[in-house]
Design a protein around this ligand. Structure first.
Ligand code: PLP
Length: 453
């Protein structure tokens, strides 16, 4: 058995980490995770870390649930792989597709599977183009997305994303048929306004863009119900009904990316219930399996599916691992547990109000300018000046500093820019929540001290 340092040497030599500053990683070395249980992860030195982020917003059920492992093993022994390209199917994918559609609004009746959220966004956008092509409107090709959106790392998903450095990460992005509008970020785009009025204003930016480009050229509007990687940006309740109305008025498909929000993050099973959204196409991923295996779904309305099925002929789009049997079996078991143990219900009714009150308590902190949350996703935005909302210079890396301080104290707390984000597992207890917020405060206090506040 190698010691931690030896693993770190091998790590540096051979493993290129996703979305990582490799030069900085070379200096510090990475924490080597060894095992995990509930909301805790232990490293190879035996240090315990509270996972305040549920992995990457996916481990909603917590680590170490044997039922999920058993479901995967049983499925692998019975049917370890099955392609569905050539008129073959299998029971795990059928059952999961049926289960998902039974949980969603009545017009969403069809599911296409992939392995990741990025791929789901590729499927959703290709499908939208296909839909308009089949209806004889190939000029409807532009996608409108939002600033600070995150939709993934493949070419289209990264193009849709509105976190600008992503466009420079490789490739000539954004692709030419993607454009962005400002988002429902009240602290930066509508400070001081009444929240309801701001929601309507923020939705009107979509209408302005449609009028600028022409509805005949637009395929779809793509958005997350609330934005997580952008920094826990949660729209006012008036935003989505207006967006829905505008999409209908101009005959533009509404694609809703629930990759993070799905399976309980908002305190409801899906963000579309929380915000009253009726998407034409919807992506789910991440917590569909609570991270035990990779799986995502593109959920498709009758409106779109009927055209594809009745008029489509062959649709040349699919992945080797579309509907992988073990992933589907794990998703079914994960959904069963989330439901039967009342985990999603408890998260919405009991835990979310507790979590949110804890966040609100940071209003007095000298670094915190804005506090945002929905369900069990929250963000504390660090600013240099609370009165003017002036941010720290990018080079100050204050969010990263705070995140490192939390890590030193045993908490994974993410910096999305200068917003400190928390997305704890849905099984977190109130006592564990207290611990998370005690460490968060200590990390912020240490940050304030370091930056002379
Ligand atoms: N969509 C949203 C809203 C996400 O937050 C993410 C990942 O964080 C993705 C899509 C991409 O998913 P994946 O990393 O599984 O490709």
């Amino acid at each position: 058995e190698l010691d931690t340092q030896s693993w770190q040497v091998l790590d540096r030599a051979h493993y290129l980490h996703p979305s990582t500053d490799h030069a900085s990683l070379r200096q510090t070395g990475a924490r080597v995770a060894a095992h995990a249980e509930g909301i805790y992860v232990w490293d190879t030195d035996g240090e315990r870390l509270i996972d305040g982020l549920s992995g990457l917003g996916n481990v909603n059920i917590g680590y170490g649930r044997k039922e999920l492992v058993d479901a995967a093993a049983a499925q692998m022994l019975e049917l370890s792989y099955c392609q569905s390209f050539f008129k073959t199917t299998h029971r795990a994918a059928i059952s999961l597709a049926e289960k998902l559609t039974s949980m969603l609004p009545g017009h969403l009746n069809h599911v296409f599977f992939q392995s990741s959220g990025s791929e789901a966004n590729e499927t959703g956008t290709r499908l939208a183009r296909r839909y308009w092509d089949l209806l004889g409107k190939p000029e409807k090709r532009i996608f409108i997305a939002r600033e600070l959106a995150y939709h993934g790392s493949s070419h289209m998903a990264a193009s849709l994303s509105g976190i600008w450095p992503m466009h420079k990460a490789g490739g000539d992005l954004p692709l030419s048929n993607v454009t962005h509008i400002k988002t429902a970020y009240q602290y930066r785009n509508g400070f001081g306004m009444d929240a309801d009025a701001f929601g309507v204003l923020a939705a009107s930016w979509l209408e302005d863009k449609i009028l600028e480009i022409g509805a005949d050229n637009i395929a779809a509007f793509v958005a997350e119900p609330a934005q997580s990687a952008g920094g826990a940006i949660c729209p006012p309740m008036t935003y989505w009904p207006e967006i829905q109305r505008i999409c209908k008025k101009y005959d533009i498909l509404l694609i809703v990316d629930e990759v993070v929000m799905g399976f309980g993050r908002t305190g409801e099973w899906f963000g579309c219930y929380k915000y009253g959204i009726e998407p034409d196409i919807m992506q789910v991923g991440k917590a569909i399996t609570s991270g035990y295996l990779p799986l995502s779904g593109t959920i498709i309305s009758d409106r779109v599916a009927d055209v594809l099925i009745d008029q489509g002929g062959a649709w040349d789009h699919g992945y080797t691992y579309s509907g992988h049997p073990a992933c589907c079996a794990v998703a079914l078991e994960n959904i069963r547990i989330l439901d039967e143990e009342g985990i999603v219900e408890n998260a919405g009714k009991e835990l979310a109000p507790y979590f949110q009150a804890k966040l609100d308590a940071f209003a007095d902190h000298p670094l915190i300018g804005d506090i945002r949350y929905v369900g069990l996703m929250g963000g504390l935005e660090i600013v240099k000046d609370k009165a003017s909302r002036e941010a720290y210079a990018y080079e100050a890396h204050i969010g990263d500093f705070c995140s490192a301080e939390a890590l030193k104290r045993g908490l994974a707390l993410r910096a999305n820019g200068d917003t400190m984000s928390l997305m704890p597992p849905l099984i977190t207890t109130k006592a564990q929540m207290d611990e998370i917020f005690d460490i968060t405060r200590e990390a912020l206090d240490a940050t304030a001290k370091h930056y002379g506040v």
